[in-house]
Ligand binder design. Structure first.
Ligand SMILES: O=C(O)C1=C[C@@H](OP(=O)(O)O)[C@@H](O)[C@H](O)C1
Ligand SMILES: C=C(OP(=O)(O)O)C(=O)O
Length: 437
């Protein structure tokens, strides 16, 4: 397996423009494909997750034109549901992209044809049963091809009716996102009731915002129920720009808080629709200096202190807080993050294991993690479990006194293919230490 050893780093300084948001890119691609009209998308993220969505839409017959430098992407919408008349089921491989698997499951029920949704082995351990249970009463014909409640799935598209459905909110907000995006194209009006706690709520704001830009409004009753008029079509906004990815920004901002200098991240800021921009508020709470503008965020080093925080609203950027905690005074507790366990890997257990390798004291609860930093870091080999965010957030450990080896650094390709090059460009190594014989 490939690995990357980061020598101890002294400092980070500079400016970085982060790649487009994964969450926005995959939502925009899907709605552009369903919409009437042509959509010119700029700053689309190019990564494994968006490639899986692009490939699936192309296999479904959507006309997609990506410019040679990949800076622009033109999608000619089909102006209705996605269908196939192939005799054999159309196999769509969606890798480990939750933002492709969940929304496409609902969207493909709208059209006609036989589809198989497959992915990597880990995708077959990521639940989808709550979404299937909500779709079936609307007329969806979906079969589990492996374990009940998990992909792979076979969908026989026949259209969706309107009505009232319930969806559990406590495992993944992507189930609600999937229902919301399909809803306007159901035959009748749909009311979606959320059962229990709704996790990762800001991602629903991203969904509603993208739907609005494609001409559909949703009656949101305090995130408890949503009412959507049926029989509608999405309409292309013509041109749309993808904001920089706020989760990807978190690694650079945290690095500045630990070892800046100052870092300014361009592409996301106070005007962002992404909940993960609020990561900067947590850094400020820890003692970093944060300055915001509608299109950038700047962080300058501060004396960091541990915090006790509920980060259910920013589960992805929360992982960056876990490694930032290594450099704070006193323990940090991150609460209400149960669904870390059902993402790219069991992130609660993986983060605990890898943080301990560096010498930190870690308590892993069912839905929380407490990190007590050490004054003496150990050199460590970090297992990344095919999880891009583990690879990226452990790059921060290089601000300790020892080298850190990241195994399989290429796994960042899920959302940020050239992360380590960008990180390396802004950081300064510590002076070479003299090795005593
Ligand atoms: O809808 C989205 O774009 C996402 C929602 C979140 O997942 P959950 O809702 O499963 O927490 C997040 O972790 C994921 O990276 C992207
Ligand atoms: C949970 C994540 O991805 P997905 O969209 O596959 O759920 C993530 O990117 O951290």
């Amino acid at each position: 397996m490939e690995s990357l050893t980061l020598q101890p780093l002294a400092r980070i300084d500079g400016e970085v423009t982060i790649p487009g948001s994964k969450s926005l890119s995959n939502r925009i691609l899907l709605l552009a494909a369903l919409a009437e009209g042509t959509t010119d998308i700029s700053n689309l993220l190019h990564s494994d997750d968006t490639d899986r969505m692009l490939e699936a839409l192309a296999a479904l017959g959507v006309d997609i034109d990506v410019s040679a430098d990949r800076a622009r992407c033109r999608v000619t919408g089909v102006g209705g549901p996605l269908s196939t008349d192939a005799a054999e089921p159309l196999d769509l491989f969606l890798g480990n992209a939750g933002t492709a698997m969940r929304p496409l499951t609902a969207a493909l029920c709208l059209g006609q044809g036989d589809f198989i949704l497959s992915g990597v082995p880990r995708m077959y351990e990521r639940p989808i049963g709550d979404l299937i249970e909500a779709l079936r009463p609307l007329g969806a014909d979906i079969e589990y091809l492996g374990t009940t409640d998990y992909p792979p799935l076979q969908i026989r598209g026949t259209g969706l009716q309107g009505g009232t459905v319930s969806i559990r909110g406590n495992i993944s907000s992507q189930f609600l996102t999937a229902l919301l995006m399909a809803a306007p194209m159901a035959a009748g009006d749909l009311t979606i009731q959320v059962e229990g706690e709704l996790v990762s709520r800001p991602y629903i704001d991203i969904t509603l915002d993208v739907m609005r830009r494609f001409g559909v409004s949703v009656d949101n009753r305090d995130y408890q129920s949503f009412h959507i008029r049926g029989g509608q079509r999405y309409r292309s906004p013509g041109q749309i720009m993808v904001e920089g990815d706020a989760s990807s920004a978190s690694y650079f901002l945290a690095a500045a808080a630990i070892a800046g200098g100052t870092v300014r991240v361009h592409g996301t800021g106070t005007d962002s629709v992404q909940g993960d921009v609020r990561f900067a508020e947590v850094l400020a709470q820890m003692g970093a200096q944060v300055t915001w503008n509608p299109s950038w965020i700047e962080v300058t080093r501060g004396a960091l202190r541990g915090v006790d925080v509920d980060l259910n609203h920013i589960p992805d950027a929360a992982m960056t807080i876990a490694t930032t905690a290594l450099f704070a005074e006193g323990p940090t507790t991150i609460r209400n993050i149960y669904n870390w366990r059902v993402k790219e890997t069991d992130r609660l257990s993986a983060m605990a294991t890898e943080l301990r390798k560096l010498g930190a004291e870690v308590e892993e609860g069912e839905d929380y993690i407490r990190i007590t930093p050490t004054t003496h870091y150990q050199p460590a080999e970090i297992e990344t479990y095919d999880d891009h965010r583990i690879a990226m957030c452990f790059s921060l450990a290089a601000f300790g006194e020892e080298p850190v080896t990241i195994l399989d650094p290429g796994c960042t390709a899920k959302t940020f293919p050239d992360y380590f090059t960008r990180f390396g460009a802004l950081t300064t190594p510590r002076a070479e230490r003299t090795v005593q014989p």
